[in-house]
Design a protein around this ligand. Sequence first.
Ligand code: NAD
Length: 474
Amino acid sequence: MAHRTSFRESVEKMFNHAAGLMDLSPGLEEKIRVCNSTYTVRFGVRLRGQIHTFTGYRSVHSEHMEPVKGGIRYSLDVNQDEVEALAALMTYKCALVEVPFGGSKGGLCIDPRAWNEDELERITRRFTYELSRRNLISPSQNVPAPDMGTGEREMAWMADAYKRLHPDDINAKACVTGKPKTAGGIDGRVEATGRGVQYALREFFRHDDVMKRANLEGTLSGKRVIVQGLGNVGYHAAQFLSAEDKCLVTCVIERDGAILNPQGINIDALRGHIRATGGVKGFAGGDYHENGLAMLEQECDILIPAAVESVINSDNADRIKTKLIIEAANGPVTADADAILRSKGIVIIPDMYANAGGVTVSYFEWVKNLSQISLGRLERRHEEARARMLVEELERLSADTGLNWTLSKGFKEGFLTGADELELVRSGLDDTMRESFMKMKEVWMNNARVDDMRTAAYVVSIRRISNVYNSLGL
Ligand code: NAD
């Protein structure tokens, strides 16, 4: 059987391709590429009357900025190669969207569905202890976040376990992000990655020249979308795109098969069905197909892989019939598939940009924890008071001059309401996605040797990392 490029090989190939187009000083390319360290921890937890041994990893790809940052994944497929590839992507992602972190990633080989909540809590707390002993969780050194199989609940357990181990650390809460609001989280973090996917697509559709490269025109409204994986990232992306941008989500692919409906699937109803039954089968709002993977090959305008890596590979790339792929998951397209898709004229918005919403809002949460105050708390009412002064002055002038203008109710309400935490988070995320897109676009459009957005993203990111190394004198 022909060798299929692994996730890690794909990341290295893509990195090497971009680095080869740049004039990096000798040895710097390798320094940026290699993963600095990976710890494997094995620990036992007594559960169900016996000791169970679990294997976990935490990889630190680059410490050119600290703390290093990256999610923790719970899955039986977790392995060292995967964790290292994900850590490398975190380094490049953070540099691309200008969040001041190095890259890291962690994982625990576990099927989270095989354990009850109490058991998962004990396992997570024990894993946190192992990480803390090695400085692999700390507000100043290494800050995990949720990833596949983990969420707010696990982050709250980790934060609490860390706090118990470090009761005198006033910044203890900042040891992880993606926590629930009651445990030091920030509004808008749960949906941040899906929201970032939506903002990335909105930005893409603002540029006629990039749309043309994907043979797309018009707006997002009415575009046919296929989503693979209706978890945290996929659900929020699908929900926002259908409810707010009027996209038609014509197919959702999950572990147990796919649901198709050319009129558009009701995402909230499908999510409810998955929660109730554990899968998409039996959902009344569309046709069920058992072979989910084959449904990636259905015709659509935008394909959103939001589940696992390497799902689009040299076996199926030739049969993919979309115009645009936005990589909500990390590494869903292998390097071989990437070349095939490009030759077919399919444009790919790369993972390191497309799913950067999560780490961006994690950054806001970390800053909030360190500053010990919620975003907007100091300025919100002041902002409202100044807006009110302006409105009252306009109304007075209008009455005094006999013009008798009346400001519409909607305008007045909007203008007189100061931004709360959620609005500030969305504003910061939108700004990040738009600015980073412009940087990638500039390199993509103005450099004849850069013929795709992924290479452009790598070039922007590698340039920034090399600038840091050069200024450090390394
Ligand atoms: P999740 O566990 O919440 O959801 C994953 C979903 O994919 C689940 O619904 C699962 O049933 C489904 N799935 C798993 N294997 C599948 C398969 N083979 N075919 C179809 N569906 C499958 O995970 P998530 O947090 O949404 O992460 C999804 C992807 O996004 C991962 O690649 C992750 O690294 C990436 N990501 C997540 C975040 C975040 O903030 N959570 C941030 C950046 C990137």
